[in-house]
Design a protein around this ligand. Sequence first.
Ligand code: SF4
Ligand code: SF4
Length: 473
Amino acid sequence: MPEKYHIKTTPVPPRLPRIGKYGIVDWREDCARCHNCVKKACVYDRHRQESNYIRTLKYSNFLFFECMGCFYCVQNCTKELLYLTVNSEYEQLGNHYWTPEIIQTTWQQAETASVPVSGAGYRGKFAGPGFDAMWTDMSEIVRPTRDGIHGREYISTSVDIGRKPAHLEFKDGKIVSETPEILDIPIPLIIDMNPPEFTLPRLEPFILEAVKMTGIIAIMDSGKWQVLGNETQRQNMDNYLPNIAFHLNPEAPEIPVEVLRKTRLVEIPDSKSSLDLRAALREAVPGIVVSIRVPLDRKGVSRAVELVAQGADVIHVVADFNGNEINVKKPRFIKDMIREIHTSLIKSGQRDQVTLIAGGGMALPEHLAKALLCGTDVVSTYLPLMIGLECRLCSDCKPGLSCPAGLEAIGFDYGVGRMRNLIAAWYLQLIELMGAMGMREARRLRGDVGRAMFFEEMEEEIFGTLFGTRKRA
Ligand code: SF4
Ligand code: SF4
């Protein structure tokens, strides 16, 4: 039996005190000193941990906010001296899309590499905007595919990038039709370049190491080629090149062809001459797969479809970092744009031959699975790796401003370890989701909307006949 894909992980604890949601305010002046004090009964032992934290205080600007919010001590204190409080610093993390819950759960995954468990029952909303308006069908959760998770069968998460021929032609037992180059990656995930809104920390050395360890690919701006990685990595760059896809920035000096020959995927920005450039690259670097990056602005969806019709093999469509259409007053969300591109390609009979990579707003592993169900082959993301390093996703993240999480000066092992753990946690969650959906191959998830339910469609189906169509904002 060939070896299964596996990411070896070890816990990487945080550098800073955790920014949790809840804390306990203790009005101890009136304490009756009960011998069976409720504080001793906290199953998480938070009151003792808080006392230790205060006794060995290292950071005077961080209070102890690690209470789990179960209310046990609050409800049972005989003198009603304990109150639950919500950490205002926690509420300020991220933005409307990258919510404090997403940021906190990303920190946990980067620390432990495990699937987050929220305890008894789901406490959140059941529908919302964006990916929250979509549910995956987990009805196979007790079926044998679950064995794949526990080692008796395979669940394959690998996917291919490149043009797949519609059919093969044989002559005298040999393939005579053209077999274009494809590359396969073990998870349908690639690491993108940083969004323009987040330019402060220089994370390339950690990303290079993490993608090499996990076998996935990171897109790097060609303008950074000369300064890519740290000193040791630069001396051994050949080991890293198979996991790098250069984004050929037209304003940066050209990358030597002998360097490109050691990579497997390259990306070019969309332009009038992108198809000519693609042809020239394939001639200069035989075997390389060329992706064309298309920003999802007003024309993005139609442009992606047009490029495929003109012969492009791999299209990388990118929305803004919140997953919205770029520079549009009433933007569409990434999942809807992926569905539109996917359906158009099916209609034109080209879907099976090309690879679609989609990025923007991919914040959680469930977004990865949902984006595949909507019709992309691969997902690209960047911010979760940065958040995994205890980043808070501030509104100002530029060189010259100070980083509250001190990301400019993190250790190499810490940075790589947290990124590797996060990629492993995403992988494990994809496997869990696929097991519950009864899917054994990530390739077959693509566009399988039968495994998903969409809020708008269900609402229309159930209430449409009674109340009519919902008015759009
Ligand atoms: S509310 Fe629950 S978790 Fe928090 S300190 Fe009290 S008993 Fe512990
Ligand atoms: S904590 Fe803020 S400044 Fe630091 S990397 Fe994150 S977003 Fe940028």
